[in-house]
Design a protein. Sequence first.
Length: 250
Amino acid sequence: MSSDSQVRVTVWNEGVHEERNHPEWIREIYPRGMHGAIAEGLAEHLPQARVRTATLASTPDHGLTEEVLADTDVLLWWGHAAHEQVDDAVVERVHRHVLGGMGFIGLHSAHYSKIFTRLLGTTCSLAWRNEGERELVWATDPSHPIARGVANPVVIDKQEMYGEPFGIPNPDEVVFLSTFAGGEVFRSGVTYRRGQGRVFYFSPGDQEYPVYHHPEVRKVLANGVVWAHQPGLERLTGDALGCTNPARRF
């Protein structure tokens, strides 16, 4: 449990694209990795936050131990090339903490991650095309805490196209809707409640383009962290998370 000004954030990234140097220019646009750029943006907007990073190669447990998650108010997750390499025990642990009250923000290709499909219970499939097209990210409700103060639309000059149909359950809220040069539309920013946890998915952000340096994208992610954080909430654990068979009291 922490105050709003002391939000504890963990930014998790596979780190596989950076390790493989794919694309070959990734180190030019993300010299500290995508997780480093995301963390940098959060520090800009939330200077009092405690921000740590971890990757698939982090030890132990991909950097997502019980101790780390217990000390995390909001977890951001970027994945793409190595979803199946994430240990199932880690997925189960993250899932338990989200149900208990930890905030979760899925980024871009994390829609196919084990943890995101586990939280949503559907395929989370979508249409895609990667030709470096312009994306316009429209706030459907500019007064929503995640969209507050963000340009409308956010103009991203080059980005991978994600399009409908998006195989997700009906969101609690559609915060952003994107349009692309090819005419496609996509629910690019959606929210859910899972147990006590708040879940936000935001699609802009690809390994081939410097999207995580975009000032408006950084503002969205910072707003998302503040929204997903629930100061004063006691994290549920153990039997409090599921069905129990208590003795009859009356």
